[in-house]
Design a protein around this ligand. Structure first.
Ligand SMILES: [Zn+2]
Ligand SMILES: [Zn+2]
Length: 333
C-alpha cells in the first residue's frame, strides 16, 4: 500500500509500505479521508520528539473496514474514530474522562497513522457514524470534537447564558473556525475572531459569519468579552486574552504553542477570571460531534479543502507558508 511517511524535518514522502494486519480486537480501515492537524504540522517541522522520522502521521480519519478481528465490527462498515487509544480502567477512564487516560497512546504518534491507504486500529477506538455521512464531515469529527469539548467546559463555567455572551476567538485555524461555527449554532450573542493571516480572516468572515479583526491594527485591551478562546496558545495571545476578558469572564486555553509565560494573576484575582485548560475530547464528545456534524451544526464545511494523499508534501508546504485559506486540508488516499 501507499503511505505518506514523515522522512525528516519539513518532508513527508509517498512510499510503498506493507499492508497492516488486524491484531485480535482490531480492524483494518481503508482510509477515505484524513485531515492535516496543527500537531501534524508541528511534527513535520521536527518539533515533536514523540513523532520521529519513519512514522506515518495523521489521526483525523474516516474509513471503511476491510479486515476485522473484532466481533460486531463488520467489513464494509464506515467509521470515524478516537485517535487516543485508552485503557478503559484507569481513574480517568472510569470517570468518562478518557481524554486524560493515564495509559493513553495515539494513532499517528505511538503507532502508524492514517496518511495511508490502510491503517489498523483497535475496534474500541472506532466511533459509529451514519453510513451516508460525507467523508469530509466524518474526517472533521476529531477537530470539531476538540471545539465541542472546549465550548462545553466554557458553558459550565459561565455565570450568564451563552446567548448573552460576547465571545472572542483568538486564531482562525481549524479549532478557531470550528469554535466560531459552534458558537453561532449555540446562539452566542456575538463572536469576534482575531487572526493575523488575511486569507484566513476572509474564510472565517465568509463561512462563520462573524466579525474578524487583525489584532495588530485592532488591539484587544478593553475587558469587554465574557469569553475568550485562545486557539493559539502563545505568549502574545495569552496576554491578549487577559486584556480582552471581562470581570467574571472565562478564558479557555486550547492551543499550546508556548509552554510557559507570565499570567496576569492580578486581574485573575481581582476580576475573578476563570482560566480553563482543555485537552482533546472524550468518547462521548466524539459521538455527540458526529451527530452534530450530521445535523449540520457546523455548517456546510465548504471551507475545507481536499487534496490527493500523493500531494501531501505540497499541502504541508502551503499550510506552513500561510498560502492556504482553508483552515483544514483533507488528504484523500
Ligand atoms: Zn488533530
Ligand atoms: Zn485509562
Amino acid at each position: 500500500m501507499k503511505a505518506l511517511v514523515y522522512t525528516r524535518p519539513n518532508e513527508v514522502a509517498l512510499q510503498e509500505q506493507p499492508m497492516p494486519a488486524a491484531a485480535p480486537g482490531e480492524v483494518v480501515l481503508q482510509i477515505e479521508a484524513v485531515g492535516i492537524c496543527g500537531s501534524d504540522m508541528h511534527a513535520w517541522h521536527g518539533h515533536d520528539p514523540r513523532r520521529k522520522p519513519g512514522l506515518v502521521l495523521g489521526h483525523e480519519f474516516v474509513g471503511r473496514i476491510v479486515e476485522s478481528a473484532a466481533s460486531g465490527f463488520d467489513t464494509g462498515t464506515r467509521f470515524t474514530g478516537n485517535p487516543l487509544i485508552t485503557c478503559g480502567v484507569c481513574e480517568y477512564c472510569v470517570q468518562g474522562r478518557n481524554n486524560l487516560c493515564a495509559n493513553r497512546s495515539m494513532v499517528g504518534m505511538t503507532r502508524p497513522g492514517a496518511y495511508a491507504e490502510f491503517m489498523s486500529i483497535p475496534a474500541a477506538s472506532l466511533i459509529a457514524m451514519p453510513q451516508d455521512l460525507s467523508a469530509r464531515a466524518a474526517a472533521l469529527t476529531e477537530p470539531a470534537a476538540t471545539a465541542w469539548h472546549a465550548v462545553n467546559l466554557i458553558v459550565r463555567a459561565l455565570v450568564r447564558p451563552i446567548h448573552e455572551c460576547r465571545v472572542l476567538v483568538i486564531g482562525g485555524g481549524a479549532i478557531g473556525m470550528l469554535s466560531a461555527l459552534l458558537l453561532r449554532h449555540l446562539g452566542a450573542r456575538k463572536t469576534v475572531l482575531a487572526e493575523l493571516n488575511a486569507l484566513r480572516r476572509h474564510a472565517v468572515a465568509t463561512h462563520a459569519n462573524c466579525e474578524v479583526i487583525d489584532p495588530r491594527s485592532t488591539p484587544l485591551t478593553d475587558s469587554s468579552f465574557d469569553v475568550v478562546i485562545d486557539a493559539v496558545g502563545a505568549n502574545a495571545t495569552r496576554t491578549q486574552a487577559f486584556a480582552a476578558v471581562k470581570p467574571v469572564g472565562v478564558i479557555m486555553h486550547v492551543g499550546l504553542q508556548d509552554w510557559a509565560s507570565e499570567v496576569d494573576m492580578r486581574k485573575l484575582t481581582l476580576a475573578e477570571i476563570t482560566l480553563l485548560g482543555t485537552y482533546t475530547y472524550t468518547t462521548a464528545d466524539l459521538r455527540a460531534t458526529v451527530a452534530a456534524l450530521a445535523a449540520g451544526a457546523f455548517g456546510d464545511l465548504s471551507w475545507v479543502e481536499e487534496r490527493p494523499l500523493a500531494a501531501g508534501q505540497q499541502a504541508f508546504l502551503d499550510l506552513d507558508q500561510g498560502r492556504c485559506a482553508a483552515a483544514k486540508v483533507l488528504l484523500r488516499p
